[in-house]
Structures are given as C-alpha cells and as structure tokens.
Design a protein around this ligand. Sequence first.
Ligand code: NAD
Ligand code: 0WE
Length: 262
Amino acid sequence: MGFLEGKRYLIVGIASKKSIAWGIAEAMHKQGAELAFTYQNDKLKSRVVGAAEEFGSSEALCFPCDVASDEQIEAVFSGLAKQWDGLDGIVHAVGFAPAEELDGNFVDVATREGFRIAHDISSYSLVALASAGHEMMKGRQGSILTLTYHASQQTVPNYNVMGLAKASLEAGVRYLAASLGPEGIRVNGISAGPVRTLAASGIKKFRSMLDANAAKAPLRRNITIEEVGNCAAFLCSDMASGITGEITYVDAGANTVAMADE
Ligand code: NAD
Ligand code: 0WE
C-alpha cells in the first residue's frame, strides 16, 4: 500500500511528459494518490487529459486555469468541490517571465511590465491558489508545494527577473506556512536543479548549463523529474508532518558547493 492511499491532490503545471509536474504526478500516483489537474489553455488541454488518463483520473478532473485569472482559479475549486468532498494538497509548478527578460544583461532587459508579469505568474499565483483552495483542505492536514530554483539566492546569468520572482515565491512559502499552519496546512518548496523541460527549451546555452551543473554537483550528474517527484510525494505526505515553511533542494548537491573540484 502506497503512503498517499486515500489522499487527493490538485496538480497545477503539466505542459508535457517532461514537465516537473508530470514527474510529481507519476510519483504521487504510484503511492496511491488520486489526482486532479489544471491546464493553462486549450492548446495544453489534450496533454493534461492524457496525463489524467495515465494517472487513473477522468477528464472531469481536468480544469482550465490561467493563474493570471482569479475567476479561473475560483472556478477550479468550485468545480473540484462538486466531485471531491475535500482536498489534501496543491502542487504548484508554474513559472513565467516574458522571453525577452531572460536573454541579456539584467539592467538592459528589465522592464516594469516584465517584472509585473514574472511576479504575478510565478509568485502571486501560489498565494492565489492557497487563498482559494485552503477551505477545501480544512480538517485534513493539507499540504501545499511549489517549485523554485537556486537563482533566487545566488545570481545565474540570464535568469534575471525570474530570480527576483523566485525569491518572492520562497518568502511566500514562509508567509503562507505561518498563515495556514494554525489550520494544520503545511507549505513547502522544492528547489530543483536544472532539467530540460518546455520552460527550459528556449533558453540559450541550456546544454552547457546542464553540463556545468553536473560537473559542480557532488553526485556529478543532473537530477530527474522522477527524483523531484519522489521528494514531492514525501513532502505532501503525512511522513513530512513536521516540515513546513521549508525549501528542500533536489539538485544532486550543487547548491552546497562553493568551488568546484577541477
Ligand atoms: P514546464 O514548461 O513543463 O512547466 C511550466 C508550467 O507553467 C507549464 O505547465 C505552463 O503551462 C505553466 N504556466 C505558465 N504560465 C502559466 C499561466 N499563466 N497560467 C497557468 N499555468 C502557467 O517547465 P518546468 O520546468 O516543469 O516548470 C515547472 C516549475 O519548476 C516552474 O516553477 C519552474 O520555475 C520550476 N523549476 C524548473 C527548473 C528547470 O530547470 N526546468 C528548475 C527549477 C525549478
Ligand atoms: O524556472 C525556470 C524556467 C523559467 C522560465 C522559462 C521561460 C522560457 C519561455 C520562465 N519564463 C519563460 N518564458 C518563456 O517565454 N528554470 C529554472 C529553467 C531555467 O530557465 C533559465 C535558466 C534555467 C535553469 C533561464 C536563464 C538561465 C537559466
């Protein structure tokens, strides 16, 4: 019997089989969880319905949700409440900044509108989902999980405004943990090492970043979405009942190294 048997989670952020959210859904499904899903737009609907089928859920548990829209976020939980009498957790695996912000020297490419969008989609959306979704988690020791990246703490070329948005997201994890802790709801983040997903596909020199990261990491390799998935399943489960407001690194140790050997 899996350690998530009888638990129900909402997965936000599947765009393809390479998505970190896909790896998380797979790991949670293996542990017996029941899953619901959202898709950003109609273009991604079939991918997400495919994920639902693969992980034992029907299309009725797939909801449209552009996280820029409060109405769509509300509609997800009112739709979910018609099928489930409660919810045990939310996985937030969403990040976005306009592409022009992620290519060039920070001061040259930064704009007010790019900053607004990056922080809205990548950071505020966690707060919005928590605000709209916590009612359904009442009395169930719920768990909220997001995905972040170490460029929130130390600079990475071209990550630019996303680094600021991830720093805000990580502060959001702590404030939401303080806010929802009295309801028994835990809020955590996983800081993942680089993975080739759709969100990474447009990024210049991503291959050499992967290679440099593998060379620096104590484990001398990059991580997989399966490894992020297993950590996510643990953090969302009752086995992690004492952990909240925390950022856990799944990065083969790369963030712990100040100077690479060789
Ligand atoms: P991905 O492209 O597979 O997933 C990103 C998701 O964000 C997509 O499903 C997309 O639909 C969704 N999204 C973007 N804008 C949205 C909006 N307005 N409304 C709703 N959804 C929206 O890429 P991924 O790498 O799996 O990204 C998932 C998370 O992991 C992100 O927060 C990302 O920052 C984080 N992360 C990624 C890496 C990496 O190297 N790939 C490393 C660390 C953290
Ligand atoms: O969080 C991310 C991806 C963030 C991302 C990617 C895109 C590409 C397409 C946000 N917005 C967009 N907007 C687009 O139009 N990662 C951690 C992966 C990533 O992205 C980088 C990285 C790494 C690692 C960008 C620059 C440098 C390193």
